[in-house]
Design a protein around this ligand. Structure first.
Ligand code: NAG
Ligand code: NAG
Ligand code: NAG
Ligand code: NAG
Ligand code: NAG
Length: 945
């Protein structure tokens, strides 16, 4: 008889265990269990919501769990998440679950007593644990293709609606795995007989259909609905959800799936908030920009502004229909002196004395290193000593762009004003670099722009940010004199640059960085993280942007705007789905509209500007996954939002506990409390439906998303108008099966080209060079060392030891970054670089795709990567080897021949997103920036050099 070690996990649950029959209280904190750093893949998304969690990393078998209940009988955790069924190679070299059967039983008993759901991530299908059998082939290349091809995946919308409605997910039109290892299963009621005590299996997530030419014994030749996710229910009342794929923090697929289990496990009562913010910040408004690889400067025209106004209105119309409640907007960082430069140079209004000349530096700007810290009081003024704000107001309005931004639209379709559409925030008056700046110049840079914003009526714009500034070229953030001048002028919020670690909060990447005297020279300034991207500051169209990509990033770049946008699509959708709120950086030259830009975006050939191409691309990618609203927040409101989030994590000690009916069968409500009795802020809680009384809370709700309560008094208990059944029931999947085949024509296996508009093949070809692999490795290892450095700074990380050692990081104070206290963060890097070389052809036919995949020799065979160890131990034991189909045949063949080119190892814990060898931060290599200085002010620099 075939016997699986994995099957041993099924112990006698049900026997002697009784479901709750009394009122219970369950704290909605997550418990993450893993045997390595794979937990990061779940923690990233929890941190996006702000959900508290504990994370246990077991280092050996025989681990004893901490108590799961409090002394008063209340339940400590609202969900338990286990990676890879906690299998790993233990200190004796055996491939075992690090939890023994008694400890698994403890979890099962806790589930039954508290009504808490168990989530298996990275599980492999087997009939004993899931009533699903692994889809597997006897043919090595076929199986390899089966597990590693970038297959499409689908949600069963009927099951989704019944089981996790608050996730509010779409069935994605073309979502694919991106080099995560997935092992689809065939889930069927006939397999229930093997799963002791299990009463139902209910798949909710599917792989595209699979046809095998050489099915392993027990595998169907044709599986029309291979399952990637299944819900199991037991006669004891226990419920679990399993995903048959590995999870990675950098994978869109994993993040999408995280939202499924989070909403299912918490039944929609989520201690946190799910809001997607898209900040589109355009720096250098009113200044001209010297265009890259060209001999001209560009400054946006009235036509460009009108085009973007109309586009934004149209975009929001489309967004409102695909994702109700959405509203995004461009936000401009303006430099008032630019209007006077325009008067002087273009209109000649200084020659006959109509407008005084623009501010003209008395010498060249000193060049400094990126993180230069100027000793306070040093440096020379660049502004003329006798400079005054001497421009008549008319001189503002001679500039047609300043005029457009100074008034609301009264011209109907002939847009004549954009003050009621776009955001505006100061970018300082002349854009003088503030690393070496003196206090006097910094003061004038900020206060002159304040005079300008008042005289130009920019400060009357609908989305003006009086308390914020975008530092010029993100300088001055270690300059005490600069920061002091800003803060004296009422500036509390600035943006940083995520490519620079010193400007990002190293304890939690969802928190802002608050300046300190030690690091920044002056304390208390809020630095909001901001993403760079591959739309470069001095690019005005496809030609300059692609040329700059090729020059800055030769290992990654191709001569294709479509490829560039594909990388941006994936990178950005990942950030948005992970609920990062950091805005994105753009510049005025990116708004140049080209009637024939030379590239089609989502099937439309133009006209487009670079920022339009980017925004349309990333939104097309994002909206396929979710119905959630996507919104803009103006600069200083975003700063307040970041600060509020950090403060509640750090100081409130909040908890949200659901309470049940007296017989324990329904969740009737929940209580929000804070351990810090002097906490006076708000705590957000997402709710699945109406609550009876709204005292002590305000409500936000957008589009079709669930409402969020913002609770302001503690403790407060809320009663749900419709109590939630503790236990669900199997959804009749008949109709789902029909919708799966009829509503999704793209389920048909593509043979020659990819369906939908996401050209994955382009990305793959862009990356399949050995140079790309090499540069990826170095970036990845640099990253991982900074991650571990940050982990040591985490004050909250603490160790507990029981029968075996483990790390327990407690989350409400230290999530995200700090929890990446990884043991082997560099492992998996080499495999990561080879992974991208997979499926050079876009076909998904198993046969064809494996024969056409021929890439450079893979480097996956690095002996001691986590995944290699996993597979070596798995395959060393004949019983476990037998339980995973021909996985081991494949692995052994690979080790001998090195011929299988696709990802053969599990990417869990892979530290680096491998489409992204610049870490998503292309300007991390600011070669051009350094050499050219900020060309926007070339006029002044040239004059004095
Ligand atoms: C700028 O480039 C264009 C096209 O290459 C060329 O015709 C023109 O002469 C150049 N102008 C200057 C001022 O160099
Ligand atoms: C100054 O010169 C500009 C451009 O030549 C002209 O448009 C403007 O009317 C003149 N202003 C005065 C006051 O002469
Ligand atoms: C400042 O002084 C310089 C030199 O005396 C003079 O050329 C310039 O016009 C003055 N600027 C202002 C704004 O008064
Ligand atoms: C634009 O309209 C709003 C009201 O809708 C008003 O408050 C604001 O002052 C107007 N802006 C300008 C520049 O007139
Ligand atoms: C469930 O499916 C069966 C067919 O398998 C069908 O006869 C029955 O009506 C369905 N029940 C519901 C509630 O949809």
């Amino acid at each position: 008889m075939r016997f699986s070690l994995l099957g041993v996990l099924v112990v006698a649950c049900g026997a002697g265990v009784r479901a709750a029959t009394a009122k219970i209280s369950v704290n909605t904190k997550a418990l993450i269990l893993a045997t390595d750093d794979s937990g990061k893949a779940a923690i990233g998304t929890l941190n996006g919501y702000g959900i508290p969690y504990d994370s246990i990393v077991m280092s050996d078998s025989g681990y004893t769990l901490p108590a799961l209940t409090n002394s008063d009988g209340s339940c400590k955790y609202g969900v338990i998440v286990a990676f890879r069924q906690l299998y790993n190679s233990n200190s004796k070299g055996s491939w075992v679950s690090f939890l023994g059967s008694d400890q698994w039983q403890k979890i099962y008993d806790y589930q039954v007593a508290c009504g808490v759901r168990l989530i298996h991530l990275g599980a492999v299908p087997n009939q004993w644990d899931f009533a699903c059998s692994l889809v597997s082939s006897n043919d090595a290349t076929e199986s390899n293709s089966l597990y590693s091809t970038n297959h499409q995946f689908f949600l069963d919308t009927d099951v989704a609606k019944a089981e996790f409605p608050t996730a509010n997910l779409k069935n994605p039109k073309n979502a694919r795995f991106a080099s995560t290892w997935h092992t689809p299963g065939w889930c069927d009621d006939t397999l229930l007989q093997y799963a002791w005590g299990m009463t139902s299996q209910n798949a909710f997530l599917y792989n595209e259909p699979l046809k095998l030419t050489s099915p392993a014994s027990g595998t169907l030749a044709s599986v029309s609905q291979p399952a990637l996710g299944v819900i199991n229910r037991y006669s004891s009342g226990r419920e679990q959800m399993a995903f048959f794929t590995t999870f990675a923090q950098w994978a869109e697929a994993s993040i999408y799936m995280n939202h499924i289990w989070i909403n299912w496990a918490f039944r929609g009562i989520i201690p946190g908030r799910r809001q997607v913010l898209l900040g589109l910040q355009v720096d250098d408004l009113l200044l001209p920009t010297a265009v890259y690889a060209a001999n001209y400067t560009y400054r946006i025209t009235v036509d460009d502004v009108v085009n973007h106004a109309k586009w934004q209105i149209d975009l929001n119309k489309r967004l409102t229909s695909s994702n109700p409640g959405s509203e995004v907007f461009l936000e401009f960082g303006f430099n008032g002196n630019g209007a006077f430069i325009y008067d002087q140079t273009v209109l000649g209004l200084s020659k006959n004395g109509t407008c005084p000349i623009s501010v003209t530096y008395t010498g060249p700007q000193p060049v400094t290193s990126l993180e230069y810290a100027k000793p306070p009081g040093t440096g020379s003024d660049l502004w003329p000593a006798n400079q005054t704000y001497n421009w008549p107001d008319n001189c503002i309005f001679y500039d047609p762009i300043a005029k457009m931004f100074s008034q609301n639209n009264t011209g109907g379709d002939n847009v004549n004003g954009v003050s009621d559409l776009f955001g505006l925030v100061s970018h300082t008056f002349t854009h003088e670099g503030e690393n070496p700046i003196t206090y006097a110049d910094s003061k004038r840079e900020i206060t002159y722009n304040q005079q300008f914003q008042s005289k130009s009526f920019f400060d009357k714009a609908k989305r003006f940010s009086p308390n914020g500034v975008i530092p010029p070229a993100i300088t001055g953030l270690h300059n005490a004199d600069a920061i002091k001048a800003w803060m004296e002028a009422g500036i509390n919020y600035v943006v940083g640059d995520n490519t620079r670690a010193p400007l990002r909060n190293q304890q939690n990447d969802r928190w802002p960085l608050i300046s300190t005297a030690a690091d920044n020279g002056y304390p208390g300034l809020v630095i909001i993280p901001r993403w760079a991207n591959r739309i470069y500051y001095n690019a005005d169209g496809v030609a300059s942007d692609v040329q700059e990509w090729l020059d800055v990033s030769p290992s990654q770049a191709t001569n294709s705007m479509t490829n560039l946008l594909s990388i941006e699509r994936a990178t950005t959708a990942q950030y948005l789905l992970s609920l990062y709120h950091d805005p994105f950086m753009f510049h005025q030259a990116n708004l140049r509209v080209w009637q024939d830009p030379g590239v089609s975006v989502n099937g439309v050939s133009g006209p487009w500007s670079l920022i339009q191409m980017w925004t349309e691309s990333i939104l097309d990618e994002f909206v396929q996954y979710v119905n959630w609203p996507i919104q803009g927040l103006k600069h200083d409101d975003m700063g307040r939002d970041f600060v509020d989030r950090m403060n509640r994590d750090l100081y409130s000690g909040f908890s949200v506990a659901w309470t049940t009916s007296s017989d324990g069968t329904t969740i009737t409500g929940f209580t929000v409390d804070c351990s810090n009795s002097s906490w006076s802020g708000e705590i957000p809680v997402m709710v699945p439906g109406d609550v009876a009384s709204l005292s002590n809370a305000r409500v936000t709700q957008y589009g079709s998303d669930p409402a969020t309560l913002w609770v302001s008094k503690f403790p407060t208990s809320f009663q749900l108008k419709s109590p939630i059944q503790m236990h669900g029931t199997k959804i009749n999947i008949t109709s789902a099966a029909i919708s799966l085949t009829t509503a999704l024509p793209s389920l048909t296996l593509p043979t020659t080209s990819l369906v939908g508009s996401f050209p994955v093949s382009d990305i793959i070809s862009a990356k399949s060079t050995s140079a790309a692999s090499a540069s990826l490795s170095s970036v990845a290892s640099a990253k991982s060392s900074s991650a571990s450095a940050s982990a040591t700074t985490s004050a909250a990380a603490k160790s507990v030891s029981s029968s075996s050692t483990a790390k327990l990081t407690s989350s409400s104070t230290s999530s995200g970054r700090s929890s990446s206290s990884s043991t082997s963060s560099a492992s998996g890097t080499s495999s990561g670089s080879s992974a991208r070389t997979s499926s050079g052809s876009s076909t998904s036919s198993l046969r064809a795709s494996s024969t056409t995949s021929s890439a450079t020799a893979s480097s996956t065979a690095s002996g001691d990567s986590d995944a290699s160890r996993f597979l070596n131990s798995l395959c060393a034991d004949s019983t476990t080897a037998a339980s995973v189909g021909n996985l081991c045949t494949l692995w052994n063949a690979f080790k001998q021949t090195g011929k299988i080119q696709k990802r053969l190892v599990l990417p869990e814990g892979m530290p680096q997103y491998d489409w992204d060898n610049e870490g998503g931060h292309p300007e991390a290599i600011p070669r051009w920036r350094k050499r050219d200085g900020h060309q926007a002010h070339g006029r002044h620099i040239k004059r004095h050099q």
